[in-house]
Write a protein that binds this ligand. Structure first.
Ligand SMILES: Nc1ncnc2c1ncn2[C@@H]1O[C@H](COP(=O)(O)OP(=O)(O)OP(=O)(O)O)[C@@H](O)[C@H]1O
Ligand SMILES: [Mg+2]
Length: 296
């Protein structure tokens, strides 16, 4: 079966005064339809650059190499106007800080409506109906009322729910979530993770979930790719990574999980294995679907 998203030897470099910064180096992974891959790694390891390269949202000076196939379309060579139809419709992205992604001077309901109208020719009342359904989906209480609020009138958790509603209103096949809960306090963070998990199941949504916290990843993803200095150093099913981490850096991430006790009480989901990666010459398979950087 062809994966929904197939990233092959993706590299991103940024030119600087002192030469090029290799932000992402030969990264390869697959996400099957309705599968969820967690991308974990410390600050600066290249997680966001990977996500932005997939959606072609990097600044123009960035040098991108490799291939990104989505439903067998080659995203890196798609004309920009086609790419615009992919973004926000078939692939959506949510970010860490919803305040910067939302328009501060537009009512939130209107913003979700505009996301609908940007991609589909539907009537205003249809767009409004879909907006209400989407706000209900993300469990915003009293959505008719909240839709009339401006972003600053909502709590951080509610703003993130609006962002999720906006991302999912066009029923994408893939959601890219870049540290969507990092700015929230622990209780709200848990609620948002639970919400994403239930929406994933409801809409058979595939997800690329980025976090520096492996504990957070284990709640929503079934596969994990560990990034270090621009490279994937280990990748495999979440349960395998927890039970049999091979790379020293992965072990470090596991021991750094503050909430490990509560996480372990939840059953780890079993899933499809990563199919062998054609381009991942630097990774070797230590058990089915569990890859580690060669030399480890
Ligand atoms: N626009 C840019 N111009 C130059 N360098 C950049 C740019 N964007 C990212 N970088 C560099 O690329 C590397 C990877 O950055 P990236 O934002 O992908 O890291 P990250 O893993 O998402 O980190 P964080 O957890 O802090 O979000 C870093 O060294 C960063 O400084
Ligand atoms: Mg980032």
């Amino acid at each position: 079966m062809t994966p929904l998203l197939q990233v092959d030897n993706l590299s991103v470099a940024f030119p600087t005064q002192t030469g090029e910064v290799a932000a992402v180096r030969d990264v390869s992974f697959n996400i099957p339809a309705s599968g969820a891959l967690g991308l974990v790694g410390e600050s600066g390891s290249g997680k966001s650059a990977t996500a932005l390269a997939i959606l072609r949202l990097l600044p123009p000076q960035a040098r991108v190499r490799g291939a990104v196939r989505f439903s067998s379309e080659d995203l890196l060579s798609l004309p920009e106007d086609f790419m615009r139809r992919v973004r926000g419709a078939r692939i959506s992205m949510i970010f860490q800080e919803p305040m910067t992604a939302l328009n501060p001077v537009m009512r939130v309901g209107k913003q979700v409506e505009e996301a609908v109208l940007a991609h589909e020719r539907v009537s205003k009342s249809e767009a409004r109906q879909r907006t209400m359904d989407a706000l209900r989906d993300v469990a915003i209480p009293d959505p008719e009322q909240r839709a009339r609020d401006y972003p600053h009138q909502l709590s951080g958790g509610q703003r993130q729910r609006v962002m999720i509603a906006m991302a999912l209103v066009n029923r994408p096949q893939l959601l890219i979530a870049d540290e969507p809960t990092t700015a929230l306090d622990v209780t709200i963070q848990a609620q948002i993770l639970e919400l994403l998990q239930s929406l994933r199941e409801k809409y058979k949504l595939a997800m690329l979930f980025i976090s520096h916290d492996l504990g957070v990843i284990s709640r929503v993803a079934d596969q994990v790719a560990v990034m270090y200095a621009g490279e994937i150093v280990e990748m495999g099913p979440v349960a395998r990574i927890f039970s049999d981490a091979q790379h020293a850096y992965t072990r470090g991430l596991i021991s750094a999980i503050p909430t490990l006790k509560t996480d372990r009480s939840q059953p780890l989901r079993t899933v499809e294995r990563q199919i062998p990666l054609a381009g991942a010459a630097t990774l070797r398979e230590v058990s089915p679907g569990h890859w580690v950087r060669a030399g480890q």
